[in-house]
Write a protein that binds this ligand. Structure first.
Ligand SMILES: C[S@@+](CC[C@H](N)C(=O)[O-])C[C@H]1O[C@@H](n2cnc3c(N)ncnc32)[C@H](O)[C@@H]1O
Length: 447
């Protein structure tokens, strides 16, 4: 536990809480002279515990609706203390007004409420996509008369995270707005079935709170990609990471894909008894040039008004480009002729621009005109690209179809390629050969 965390030396005293709050007392099981405890599997008991704890230790009034996440206070405060420490270390003047963004503030609005109680100069903007969470969050802010310190913003487009707010304020005074940090407790699961909950029954979180397509990895990856564009509009980016196995790939994304130096990246483990979580933070200075060259330059140039460029580049092309040029073998192949490298990237971009193929999830919502033609065109292009038939894939939703195509291409680029069983072994005798062939076919196709 963080050394400054109040609970490090003052663990919650159930007996005191039960004596003070009859509403909590009724949830106490195992009541003896020495032992007071609650049934941790009972959501009503844990909700009441959180509610009285916040009131007792922080003077915070909070309403926690049923079926929404019940926040653990020690974990949230550990994250906030870590953030404060990092802001101090980085020389951000914490004695002045400190403005933070809470990505996915939830119904409890827990980080902003706790944050402004722990650190008197802090103020928050809470973002969320969920109307009813925002409604409860607003109520919790009002219950504590904290409207002057905490504001809320509805993210209309759930595919984007920070961009929603910054783009909504483009051309307005707020566009100049700079934040000291952002924090996030991302939706964790990829699928409702993973959560083992049924949204209609009593549960400890709503679908929006717990589930995001691709799980927390994709959610944080989006924050990272947006941060590369937004740069110092937020001085310190951060997120909690619930699964340790996601931490390294996310750090690698910052280091290896975007070339962010180690000195700008921070991590810590948050330990609360038996529960462990991780946090990662990073800084993107205005002078930073991502090493994922062209596409990111483009991103910046087009940032003022072209969202689809952002998604197209980040969701597909940069990954393709990255896989292509970061593979050791290919680097060797193309190293001698860097203009060739440029040419391929430009050709790819041109191809997609020319054909208005928008490879991102958004296209389903915002631009479905001619979707069948686009899919056919995209398929035939990619058929050539991967040099194999995709038609086996039938009747998927538009999104799945596009995702499938992306995945198909990526899986071919990523996976070791097995020699085919048709005896043609000497032709495809190495990944390098095969990949080179793939990209040759892209070029042929574009010309
Ligand atoms: C795990 S909950 C965190 C809630 C709260 N911050 C907490 O720590 O208890 C994740 C939140 O992210 C929100 N969310 C999901 N997608 C989002 C997006 N694209 N932009 C902003 N918030 C989003 C969900 O509605 C949910 O409230």
């Amino acid at each position: 536990m963080h050394p400054q965390n109040f609970y490090r030396y003052n663990p919650p005293n159930f007996k005191i809480l039960a004596n003070k709050y009859p509403s909590f007392d009724k949830f106490i099981v195992n009541k003896t002279e020495k032992i007071f405890n609650i049934d941790w599997k009972d959501p009503n008991a844990t909700r009441e515990f959180t509610r009285v704890l916040l009131d007792h230790d922080f003077g915070l009034k909070i309403e926690l609706p049923e079926d929404y996440l019940c926040p653990t206070i020690t974990l949230r405060s550990n994250y906030l203390y870590w953030l404060n420490e990092k802001l101090n270390d980085l020389g951000i003047d914490v004695n002045n007004v400190v403005k933070g963004i809470d990505i996915g503030t939830g119904a409890s609005c827990i980080f902003p409420l706790l944050g402004v109680k722990l650190f008197k100069n802090w103020s928050f903007l809470g973002l969320d996509i969920d109307d009813s969470s925002l409604k409860f969050a607003k109520k919790n802010i009002e219950l504590n008369s904290l409207e002057s310190k905490i504001s809320l913003f509805k993210n209309e487009n759930k595919e984007k995270i920070l961009f929603n707010y910054f783009q909504a304020n483009q051309g307005e005074e707020k566009n100049e707005e700079v934040f000291d940090f952002c924090l996030c407790n991302p939706p964790f699961f990829n699928d409702l079935s993973e959560t083992n909950i049924n949204p209609k029954s009593t549960c400890t979180g709503s679908a929006n709170e717990l589930v995001t397509e691709g799980g927390e990895f994709i959610f944080i990856k989006k924050i990272i990609e947006e941060s590369i564009v937004l740069k110092s509009k937020i001085k310190f980016y951060s997120s909690m990471v619930g699964r340790k196995c996601n931490l390294k790939p996310l750090l690698d994304l910052l280091k290896k894909n975007f070339g962010l130096p180690n000195s700008k990246i921070f991590t810590a483990e948050l330990s609360q008894g038996n529960t462990h979580r991780w946090v990662m933070g990073w800084i993107v200075d205005d002078s930073f040039q991502p090493s994922s060259i062209n596409n990111n330059k483009k991103l910046n140039n087009n940032n003022n008004n072209n969202d689809s460029n952002y998604n197209r580049n980040s969701d597909f092309l940069t990954r393709l480009e990255r896989r292509k040029f970061y593979r050791e073998g290919l680097m060797k192949e193309f190293n001698n002729d860097s203009s060739n490298k440029e040419e391929i990237i430009n050709s790819l971009n041109n191809h997609f621009n020319k054909n208005k193929i928008i490879i991102n999830d958004n296209s389903r919502e915002t631009d479905t005109t001619g979707k069948d033609e686009k899919i056919i065109e995209c398929k035939s292009f990619l058929n050539n690209l991967v040099n194999q038939n995709l038609d086996e894939e039938i009747e998927f939703s538009f999104r799945t179809e596009i995702k499938y195509i992306q995945n198909k291409v990526l899986s071919i680029l990523l996976k070791p390629i097995e020699p085919p069983e048709d005896g043609n072994k000497q032709i495809i005798n190495s990944n390098l050969f095969y990949i080179k062939k793939l990209f040759q076919s892209i070029l042929d196709n574009i010309k």
